[in-house]
Write a protein that binds this ligand. Structure first.
Ligand code: M6R
Length: 623
């Protein structure tokens, strides 16, 4: 939530950029983190120049183009996902302190802001906005003028020690035009290293156009960047060093590459995402070898229970993982929404493996669940797409997806990559624990390696799905049914339609229908049904076919996603989308794809922004 960028260059060297160009480019790349408003502050001629505007970044850019600010070499920029105070010009960041000489931007929630604000009002400060951030700006300003005696880093340090909650804060001051000071607690922040210029970003995409060298920060650290120096200290004032890393993807990977939208591009990148997730997972003898996990195999062998914690689409990937891991490893697997997990006193001990799944690696609910699990003595393993992000850093073990940057707010390629990675984990555990013969594991792996070309086949034959989406653009409600691994696919199909097309959509376990939801069915109600393979447990296929008949008998218009050659469903479907054959447990990697294409095409038909759906943000860094 909220994208943050900071920049400092030296006036002495040629080749550096204007702060405004760097900030706006960084915000363009970070806009997926929040797009309720955008704002920048630069320092030039001993003054803060702040501009902010409600709505998408384009509104701010138009305003700056109409009335350019004085060129500057230092600045901060913000794109907002509103928490405290609506998405208005006034509530947009930056917020000012120290009589307008200090500008502050913020990602997170300052939980004690009301008490702070009351104290600051008593001290003579007045507030313009409804935000929690403005309290932080005024507080830093007070310390700057008082106890910190004009030292911006010290003013930040004193202020953050008064704050409760989660925050990344960036500050610039008119008197200190050579630096940006930032602090981080439970919200993301990385430093980008340049030559005679340095950068800050919520993630590396904030500066990927300018450098691929970066530094990770730990929790509760303050960083001061000047053009030539990066100095880090803890909130206690003790100097610290950050961990340097190289970003292994370039700016082109975060561009649309000829597609109209990031979402279309990412849907089409799925064959490669699955392929890359599988890459390098076996040794010369064909055995799974997960060196990257950085956990003692003996510990994994002793696991008595797995608990998967995740949110949204990642949680649906966890549901698929449950079916596969329990089947292959005979270990009980529970799947829980991360924000529910730690408040219900779950039964965890040192033989529990808590597996978090997260594209961003920054989802606050999931991070808090991981921390809770660690406190309870569990081993933690992160399945994650974002190298160096907080969740894998704080986990005992990590399995990276290697799916490349996912920019569209609605997750697509990460979902397929998460499912693939959890299959790899399941097979690895089965191998370690001797639950499957090596031939059986090799057989599943061979079928997994066939998935990319099968996904490509679906993508190459998607016209009928897009036509249907256009026809159904005015549908007020769509239901999705599935059983077994088709159930989480149904949930994911419904989520995609809700978040992209703003249509009421619900996913149900097909067997649950008769226990209530079937009352929703009336003449013409569209129902998507994810049909299991007729080659799997035969009774399951037959039961889903019966469910199709039950809803049709009540007037539903049934659209099925079924395995190629499954003629039994055709006669009961208004329309069938066939996917290539694979093992029943692997079917989600194929059956999900038509549902993604459908939701994307339907939202585009309605003229909606599929990359940045309303009210959402890519990385949910508040609880
Ligand atoms: O970054 P994460 O995978 O932890 O994000 C979890 C959810 O916020 C995310 O999957 C969300 O549900 C997406 N908007 C789904 O498309």
């Amino acid at each position: 939530m909220c994208g943050i960028v900071g920049y400092v260059a030296s006036s002495q060297r040629a080749g550096q950029h204007q702060a405004m160009d760097v900030l706006l480019e960084g915000l363009r790349r970070l806009e997926y983190r929040g797009y309720d408003s955008a704002g920048v502050a630069t320092i030039a001629d001993g003054r803060v120049a702040a501009r902010k505007k409600a709505g998408k970044l384009a509104n701010l850019v138009a305003e700056i183009e109409a009335a350019p600010v004085v060129p500057a070499l230092v600045g901060i920029g913000h794109t907002r996902w509103a928490t405290h105070g609506g998405p208005t010009d006034v509530n947009a960041h930056p917020h000012l302190g120290d009589g307008g000489d200090l500008a502050v931007i913020h990602n997170g929630i300052i939980e004690n802001f009301s008490a702070l604000k009351a104290g600051l009002v008593r001290a003579g400060e007045s507030f313009d906005s409804e935000t929690d951030t403005e309290a932080a700006a005024k507080l830093i300003g007070q310390f700057y003028r008082g106890e910190a005696a004009g030292d911006l880093t010290e003013a930040m340090r004193l202020a953050v020690n008064e704050l409760q909650g989660a925050f990344t804060l960036l500050a610039v001051h008119a008197d200190q035009p050579d630096r940006v000071v930032a602090a981080r607690r439970n919200s993301p922040l990385v430093v980008g290293l340049g030559e005679g210029e340095n950068f800050l970003g919520s993630d590396v995409s904030g500066f990927i156009d300018f450098t691929r060298e970066a530094v990770e920060l730990e929790q509760d650290q303050i960083v001061t960047i000047t053009a030539d120096e990066v100095s880090i200290m803890g909130f206690d004032g003790v100097a610290a060093t950050g961990k340097r890393f190289h970003v292994d993807w370039d700016a082109a990977a975060a561009e649309k590459g000829g597609y109209e939208t990031f979402m279309e591009k990412e849907i089409h990148e799925q064959p490669k995402a699955v392929e890359d997730t599988l890459l390098g997972r076996t040794d010369a003898a064909g055995r799974l070898s997960l060196d990257e996990l950085r956990i003692d195999p003996a510990q994994l062998k002793g696991v008595s229970k797995i608990m998967v914690v995740a949110c949204g689409t990642a949680a649906y990937a966890g549901h698929v993982a449950k079916y596969a891991i329990e089947h292959w490893c005979r270990i009980p697997v529970e799947v829980e929404l991360a924000h529910e997990f730690r408040y219900r006193d779950p039964i965890i001990d040192s033989s529990t493996l808590v597996v978090s799944i997260s594209q961003s690696g920054e989802t606050m609910d999931t991070l808090m669940a991981v921390r809770y699990a660690k406190e309870q003595g569990a081993k933690t393993l992160a399945i994650c797409n974002t190298n160096g992000s907080t969740i894998p850093r704080e986990s005992d073990a990590v399995l990276y997806l290697h799916a490349g940057p996912e920019i569209a707010v609605a997750s697509t390629k990460a979902f397929l990559a998460m499912i693939t990675a959890s299959y790899v984990l399941g097979l690895y555990l089965a191998q370690l624990r001797g639950q499957m013969f090596s031939e059986q594991i090799a057989d599943v792996l061979a079928d997994l390696h066939q998935i990319p070309q099968k996904v490509q086949h679906i993508l190459d034959h998607a016209d009928a799905i897009k036509d249907l989406a256009r026809e159904m653009a005015q549908s007020p409600s769509v239901l999705f049914l599935g059983r077994h691994v088709g159930y989480p696919v149904a949930l994911e199909g419904a989520l995609k339609l809700k978040e992209l097309a703003y249509i009421h959509a619900e996913g149900f376990a097909a067997g649950e229908l008769k226990h209530g939801p079937i009352a929703l069915i009336e003449q013409g109600q569209p129902v998507f049904v994810v049909v299991p393979s007729p080659h799997g447990r035969h009774s399951l296929h037959a039961k889903v076919v019966s469910n199709i008949q039950e809803v049709r008998a009540r007037g539903a218009k049934t659209i099925t996603v079924a395995e190629a050659g499954d003629d039994a469903v055709s006669e009961f479907s208004e329309q069938v989308f066939f996917v290539p054959e694979t093992q029943p447990l692997l079917m989600p990697l194929l059956t999900t794809v038509p549902l993604q294409i459908f939701a994307c095409a339907l939202a585009s038909e309605k003229g909606y922004d599929v990359d940045q759906p309303r009210n959402l943000a890519k990385s949910v860094t508040v609880e």
